[in-house]
Ligand binder design. Structure first.
Ligand code: ROI
Length: 172
């Protein structure tokens, strides 16, 4: 049964970023143990970290899955690798595709490969705002609402792009 819920953050700032993200959503949904439930609009965001790189396109999706967290991480990393992601370069440098597991049910874990919830969410407007679009009632692990987290986070000029992702064509 695909009864576990996870939120995935998607980001790209190289090689037609919007296409990277749409294709990644299709690839996620094509996995037999992943079912795409909702996805946000695409958002354009200023780079966090070094500023000498292109703006990012970001989105967040909600999936259900029968995979364990580390199995899901393997799937996310293999999709990143298929998109030509180069891991050796600078940690905060530009990337063709980044898939971050943000939350997995209410699980808290800290292993060498995976920290849940994702450690950086609280100050990433490009994660919180798209997540709010698809899960406005979410309660975060400190007991606060997602809306409260957003109210404390700088929006850095985050822009929602007008074209919605054609969810029906992906998740059919
Ligand atoms: N900055 C933005 N705006 N969006 C991202 O997805 C993103 N991803 C990263 C770093 C380099 C931290 N900066 C980012 O990994």
């Amino acid at each position: 049964m695909m009864s576990d819920n996870a939120f995935i953050g998607l980001g790209s700032n190289l090689s037609t970023p919007a296409e990277q993200i749409k294709n990644a959503l299709v690839e996620l949904h094509q996995h037999t143990q992943i079912c795409l439930q909702r996805c946000s609009h695409l958002y354009k965001s200023a780079p966090m970290g070094p500023q000498d790189q292109p703006d990012y396109i970001n989105a967040v999706c909600h999936i259900t899955t029968s995979l364990q967290p580390l199995e899901l991480l393997d799937v996310l990393q293999s999709i990143e690798n298929n998109h030509g992601r180069e891991r050796l370069k600078d940690k905060w440098g530009p990337r063709t595709l980044d898939l971050d597991m943000l939350m997995f049910n209410d699980l808290r874990m800290r292993s060498e490969r995976l920290i849940l919830p994702h450690y950086g969410m609280q100050d990433r407007e490009f994660v919180l705002v798209p997540m709010f679009e698809i899960a406005p009632d979410l309660i975060m692990h400190d007991g606060q609402t997602l809306a409260a987290w957003i109210s404390k986070c700088s929006l850095n000029g985050l822009q929602r792009l007008p074209d919605a992702i054609d969810f029906e064509s992906i998740a059919s």
